[in-house]
Design a protein around this ligand. Structure first.
Ligand SMILES: NC(=O)c1ccc[n+]([C@@H]2O[C@H](COP(=O)([O-])OP(=O)(O)OC[C@H]3O[C@@H](n4cnc5c(N)ncnc54)[C@H](OP(=O)(O)O)[C@@H]3O)[C@@H](O)[C@H]2O)c1
Length: 327
């Protein structure tokens, strides 16, 4: 491969992980404000499966995939002021195409990666860590002593949420599918765990003196929506932030009244970090959490050429922590 070429993952049509193709392509010239990055590690996030499947439409087909990575700056457009060739950087919100050996990212979407944070940790944890920080501080504000319910607590976002909640004195009840995942969530800081095939709402009420959890964080979506409604305390806040089992549809507002005057949010991280100053300050908060002992568990790494396997594994429900692709 010559220097004018990059290797990347693309898809021409929506479907199962087998639509992902690994191929060489010509490198785009830089646009104003852009920085070219040689990726050292690439984050795999459940949202990538939504773009691949068509649940979230990409701007066009064929499309690249992925929005998160970490690497080294190899070229800057003339007007770039914040970054220089050789800088270590990370990003969570590139245009679709992070599954590539190199790509161009607008400087407003980049953060400097401190020397004490590895590329793999950044790619495995930055998007999920920022999501956790936003969920607990911006979307909702549980306080020390509050009890919250968190689905998929042994997943990429989930294990960071367990640790973050513990640091804040929040009692996090993690919902997970296996006893092994339950142990992992508890060792990361979950106060209690519920197995997903149990009666989640019944268990949640037993653990909260019949009240229910003040805050419920549900990224599983369709299959857990009703259980989440039933697990939320009166006047509580249900945060629906993902679709791992499919999207939640046809919600009648009266349901929220019947469930106890609930508030529901449907946040997307990217809306909370569209200002680059906010992005950088939240990233710094996350890096500080790492320095203070928070761990990003990278459960599996794959070569970039194995993105198909990475997606199949993520959707199989058999992962813990994060998946990272190495170019
Ligand atoms: N709104 C936002 O801005 C935002 C940002 C980041 C992530 N998210 C969402 O947060 C969730 C977690 O993302 P992640 O990348 O860290 O993934 P993840 O939690 O590591 O993986 C998904 C987990 O969801 C659980 N799950 C339950 N039902 C499932 C099903 N039918 N199919 C697949 N998984 C199922 C599984 O855990 P168990 O086996 O324990 O059930 C699985 O391991 C995703 O829904 C993602 O879209 C949202």
């Amino acid at each position: 491969m010559n220097t004018d070429e990059a290797l990347r993952v693309i898809f021409h049509s929506h479907g199962s992980p087998s639509v992902l193709e690994y191929q060489s392509s010509t490198v785009n010239p830089l646009c104003p404000g852009e920085v070219r990055i040689r990726n050292q590690a690439i984050g795999v996030n459940f949202i990538d499966t939504y773009f691949r499947s068509g649940l979230y439409p990409p701007p066009a087909l064929p499309s690249g995939l992925g929005t998160e990575g970490a690497g080294t700056v190899i070229e800057c457009a003339e007007d770039v002021t914040h970054f220089r060739v050789g800088d270590r950087v990370a990003y969570v919100q590139s245009s679709l195409g992070a599954y590539a050996t190199q790509l161009c990212v607008d400087q407003t979407r980049l953060v400097h990666l401190p020397d004490d944070v590895s590329f793999t940790t950044a790619a495995g944890g930055l998007l999920k860590g920022l999501t956790t920080i936003c969920l607990f501080n911006k979307v909702s504000q549980p306080k020390s002593g509050d009890t919250v319910l968190f689905h998929a607590a042994a997943g990429g976002v989930g294990l960071l949420a367990c640790q973050y909640a513990k640091r804040k004195g929040i009692r996090l009840i993690g919902v997970v599918s296996t006893e092994a995942k339950a142990q992992l969530a508890r060792s990361a800081g979950a106060w209690a765990t519920i197995l997903a095939d149990e009666d989640i709402a019944h268990q949640a009420r037993q653990l909260t003196g019949a009240q229910g959890a003040k805050f419920v964080y549900d990224s599983v979506g369709r299959s857990t929506w009703q259980a989440s409604l039933d697990s939320t305390a009166p006047c509580g806040h249900l945060i629906s932030f993902g679709n791992s089992s499919g999207p939640v549809e046809n919600v009648a507002l009266a349901q929220l009244a019947r469930a106890g005057s609930l508030t529901v949010s449907r946040p997307i991280l990217f809306d909370y970090i569209s200002d680059s100053a906010v992005l950088r300050s939240l990233a710094e908060e996350f890096f500080q959490c790492l320095r203070e002992g928070m761990k990003v568990r990278v459960g599996t790494t794959f070569a970039l050429s194995e993105a198909e396997r990475a997606h199949a594994l993520l959707e199989s429900r058999n992962t813990t922590g994060s998946i990272v692709l190495i170019p």
